[in-house]
Design a protein around this ligand. Sequence first.
Ligand code: NAP
Length: 292
Amino acid sequence: MTINRIGLIGLGIMGKPMAKNLLLAKHNLGLYARNPATLESFTTNNIEKYSSPAELAENCDITITMVSDSPDVEEVIMGKAGIIDGAKSKHLVIDMSTISPKLTRSIAQSLKAKNIDMLDAPVSGGEQGAIDGTLSIMVGGSVEAFNYAYPVLQVLGKNIVHIGDHGAGQVSKACNQILAAQTVAAVGEAFLLAKSSGVDPNKVREALLGGFANSKVLELHGKRILEANYKPGFKAKLHYKDIGIALKSAEENNIAIPGTIMIEKYLRKLVEQGDGELDSAAIGKIVLDGNG
Ligand code: NAP
């Protein structure tokens, strides 16, 4: 099936560079934003701007959503003048936001009733990964839809894995968020121990980067923590949302994930004290401040 135009809803930290990369790859884009001022910087003639998700979907073959949270995805797909109202038969929705696997499955089912296909394709790699087109993309949905979407996903990411059926991509992303958050806390604890022992945590980080405990989190977030530089990046309030998704999924599956409960406390503290807009590396700040 030819892809004449790709729709994109959600032009924030992640969506904006993704749009730029799709344009660089010579795709025609359709854009919708609830705040039209967001669209002002998009001026090239291979862009069409639409006044609702329905109108956008009607004029595109694929619609990518990169909005904030589960209710936002539900709103743009299922809400008033949503994608479901405008998309023609065989349209493909690729939701790249991080949302609930359960809601994903339910939306995919509603879309299927109208012969609209869906992939959940949440990402990891942050703003820089979105800018560089090197995101890691974890995909749930049919193999047929995955193969159709693959050339588009290749513009946005490098490590693109079909995980399983609808919702499997979101489950994978929840796993990613558990690992990332708990590792930030571990880095914070390691630095706290170093400091309290009179040892320079900068030197500790430098040594550990060459050993078994090395990780991207130690490298990037470790630096942020030591420099107290919490400019986002990935906002703590979004990580809080994602850990909520992981805990809810664990509850639905009747399993215990106590380390994640601890992390939820740190992130809730950040959000409640008004630091939700900081980068989620600020989990380390909570640990260092002894406020966990
Ligand atoms: P963001 O900067 O807050 O951008 C979200 C965008 O979605 C904004 O343009 C916002 O519009 C739009 N939006 C939200 N709700 C909407 C709705 N109901 N209707 C229409 N538009 C809506 O967030 P982000 O950092 O790009 O993250 C987007 C998604 O990617 C989230 O699910 C996040 O968890 C995930 N993610 C983010 C990162 C990261 O490093 N930032 C990494 C991996 C995954 P307004 O401007 O009008 O609010």
